[in-house]
Write a protein that binds this ligand. Structure first.
Ligand code: UDP
Length: 411
């Protein structure tokens, strides 16, 4: 058996007045024809990163509206996660393909996991490339197989993509965050769908935290809550560019020495490179007492992430590649002044100058941060607009509605 993930209970009705009644009614109508649909989500890990963040809300909401939804995670070992990390990076543009041996490890673990898939499902949704090859060894387990891609495949390493595309083509459909992530020349049996992800406004990470509570939490991590704070929340991964954030902070610091920086990052179980990069980030910070580098081993969980995002004068996500960037919607939902890299899914959430700023360099990032710090009214105005943009487009019930539409279209 694959590892089942306990997701607890959530009620769609609780979201009614946050997203508006029409969306909730649309969901109720769609689900009329789908009652009892058996849906299994398969992913590589239940911790860290955007996929698990989404599934902890989507799966219980699917359950609440009447589907038999479950989530299970793969069994893997370090050699597998090493190979899938390479795969992930190659599909996001790193020029290094997997070696023959690494492809072999990838295939072998997918086959082993496929043998562990039990039950009979109407739909199995496979998340990301790690479990993509399970389908060909377990086809009979579901009437429909859908591949859900969470990464930016707009400029992939071609040899890697060529191995992956035939696997995708076997599916009855595939789902992407953005149109530009759909592989060119994909000639599959099923349609492609564009479903941007969403955040849960009622989760501990996103529910409203009072300024006092946010300050109280940050204070315990050594933040001086009377001085301005810049913050980036993300895995320690070169694509997230924490070193560029440190550069931007240093530039801001020259003009405003009172400013502080918090880099908050969880370490995923399937991310062996994470630790190495974590250490190089620490080194890059050079012992500056106003740079706080924290991870989940410091007990930084959802409430703490919420507190840092709520407390920060400016929230940054200076990624150089970003599938979507849940952290962006998380910050905007808290009406924070926001600066993001102009890549991937970030421009979908941030309209430059309207709901935040988009930047391409540490210098631009520092410049916009200084504007926010010097003009609090500007930050308030953009933050409010950002929150409404998220309300309309990036809250969980909208994603649930989109999935129900995909299920309705299955023949
Ligand atoms: N996250 C967290 N703790 C951390 C760092 C990140 O809970 O220390 C969460 C973050 O709040 C977001 C998710 O992990 O919900 C990251 O998703 P995103 O789409 O931003 O990036 P990914 O990690 O999937 O590339």
């Amino acid at each position: 058996m694959l590892q089942p993930v306990g997701v607890g209970h959530k009620s769609l009705a609780d979201y009614t007045h946050l997203v508006g009644r029409p969306l909730i009614e649309e969901i109720r109508q769609l689900v009329d024809d789908l009652n009892g649909l058996r849906v299994l989500h398969l992913s590589a890990t239940a911790f860290g990163g955007g996929v698990s963040e989404i599934l902890y809300t989507l799966v219980p909401l699917m359950h609440d509206v009447g589907l038999e939804a479950e989530w299970q995670v793969m069994i893997g070992r370090e050699e597998f996660f090493h190979a899938t990390k390479l795969l992930h990076n190659a599909l996001q543009g790193n020029p290094v393909d997997l070696s023959r041996e690494e492809w072999h490890v990838y295939e072998r673990f997918n086959e082993i996991n496929a043998q562990q898939v039990t039950g009979e499902w109407d739909v199995i949704i496979v998340h990301d490339p790690q479990p993509l090859a399970i389908r060909r060894h377990a086809e009979a387990r579901a009437k429909h197989w859908i591949w859900r891609c969470h990464i930016d495949m707009s400029a992939p390493n071609e040899p890697t993509l060529e191995r992956i595309v035939p696997l995708i083509e076997e599916y009855d459909g595939s789902v992407y965050h953005l149109e530009q992530y759909v592989p060119a020349n994909l000639d599959g049996r099923g349609p492609t769908h564009i479903l941007p992800p969403a955040i849960d406004p009622l989760s501990p990470k996103n529910m409203a935290l009072s300024p006092e509570d946010a300050a109280f939490v940050c204070d315990q991590f050594g933040i001086d809550v009377d001085r301005p704070l810049l913050c980036q929340v993300s895995r320690f991964d070169p694509w997230k560019d924490p070193l560029g954030v440190i550069d931007a902070y240093r530039l801001v610091n020259e003009e405003m020495p009172e400013v502080q920086l918090a880099l908050v990052g969880s370490m995923a179980t399937d991310d062996p490179e994470g630790w190495e990069f974590f250490n190089s980030t620490l080194e890059y910070a050079g012992g500056d007492p106003d740079i706080k580098i924290l991870n989940n081993l410091n007990n930084v969980g959802s409430i703490e992430v919420n507190a840092f995002q709520s407390q920060a004068e400016v929230v940054i996500q200076k990624s150089m590649r970003e599938g979507f960037g849940l952290t962006v919607s998380e910050a905007l939902w808290k009406a924070r002044p926001f600066i993001g890299g102009e890549v991937g899914g970030i421009p979908l959430q941030v309209q430059d100058g309207k709901t935040g700023f988009l930047v391409r360099s540490p210098e631009e990032c520092a410049d916009r941060a200084l504007r926010f710090l010097r003009e609090p009214e500007l930050g308030k105005q953009l933050g409010r607009a950002g929150k409404e943009h998220v309300r309309q487009n990036f809250l969980s019930p909208r994603l649930l509605r989109d999935w129900l539409r995909v299920f309705s279209g299955l023949k």
